[in-house]
Design a protein around this ligand. Structure first.
Ligand code: C2E
Ligand code: MG
Ligand code: MG
Ligand code: MG
Length: 268
């Protein structure tokens, strides 16, 4: 009896695995088609000055148009990351974003998310250099967002690329700070100009004094590092006002602006 149940469980388990495998395969195949046909689009989310709330930058966020809607990156970036597909995807996004952005008037900055594999498997420095040259975008107006997994590395190739990018004038941002090592001592040593505090830290602002206290001390410590500090995920006035009192550098969140297509960005 118990053997039969065990057998049933194994079947159930492998069924689930099989379905997941099929799902990923479908995503991968369809995503490849979208890539080949240059169907992926970029939404831009404005990032605003903490005090004036003027737009200081935009973050490029990939969108996959499908069935009259948009598939969110959470549905496919992880799948793409399990193969070289992410490199192709991100090279396309970086190229498109810089080209589109360089054609806009104004002098705000552009940020692009960079996956680890793009640093490992490509000559990102050469790619960025060429892009800046062909589009005329000043290097100071571009920064690249990496996560701790990408930055905490022993790879000389990766570290050299980061140094070379910074030497060019391109900024390096640590994305989703607080979800990885979150070690401030370590953060000091990372080749990073900008820190983006993950939105999980401000989710509960206003709800509980204890949470405010934790977030407050993290913000104080971060400010003492002398990096450009951006807080992500501002969804309401209460959070915006709380962060104003800390005078961080910039804020990003639905309360100010949602990610939007290029056409809409032109109008804000
Ligand atoms: P991320 O780089 O941390 O980007 C910020 C995400 O937070 C975006 O989700 C944005 O829409 C969302 N967000 C912004 N403000 C708020 C807010 O107030 N509340 C909430 N709940 N969410 C907010 P999105 O566009 O779904 O992207 C998710 C993640 O996918 C990104 O996180 C990034 O890690 C990845 N991603 C997006 N575009 C690219 C890309 O072109 N290449 C790579 N490699 N990854 C990308
Ligand atoms: Mg990001
Ligand atoms: Mg982030
Ligand atoms: Mg994130």
């Amino acid at each position: 009896e118990s053997k039969r149940q065990g057998g049933a469980k194994v079947t159930e388990f492998s069924d689930a695995l099989w379905r997941q495998y099929q799902r990923e395969l479908t995503i991968k195949t369809e995503l490849q088609l979208a890539l080949n046909n240059e169907q992926l689009v970029i939404f831009y989310q404005p990032i605003v000055d903490c005090i004036s709330h003027d737009i200081v930058a935009v973050e490029a966020l990939v969108r996959w148009p499908k069935d009259s809607g948009f598939v969110a990156p959470s549905e496919f970036v992880a799948v793409a990351e399990r193969s070289r597909q992410i490199v192709e995807l991100n090279q396309y996004i970086l190229r498109q974003a810089v080209k589109q952005f360089a054609a806009l008037p104004g002098n705000i900055r552009l940020s692009v998310n960079i996956p680890a594999s793009q640093l490992h498997a490509t000559d990102l420095v050469a790619d960025v250099k060429e892009l800046l040259e062909t589009t005329g975008l000043p290097s100071q107006r571009l920064y690249l967002e990496l996560t701790e997994t990408e930055l905490v590395t022993d790879s000389a190739h990766v570290l050299n690329q980061l140094q070379a990018l910074r030497a060019l004038g391109v900024g390096i941002a640590l994305d989703d700070f607080g979800t990885g090592y979150s070690n401030l001592q370590y953060l000091k040593q990372l080749p990073v100009d900008i820190v983006k505090l993950d939105r999980s830290f401000i989710d509960d602002i206003g709800d509980k004094a204890a949470d405010n206290q934790l977030t407050g001390s993290i913000l104080d410590m971060l400010r003492s590092l002398d990096k450009y500090l951006i807080v992500e995920g501002i969804e309401n006035l209460q959070q915006a006002e709380y962060l104003r009192t800390f005078n961080v550098n910039a804020l990003q969140g639905f309360y100010f602006h949602k990610p939007m297509p290029l056409e809409a960005l032109r109008a804000v």
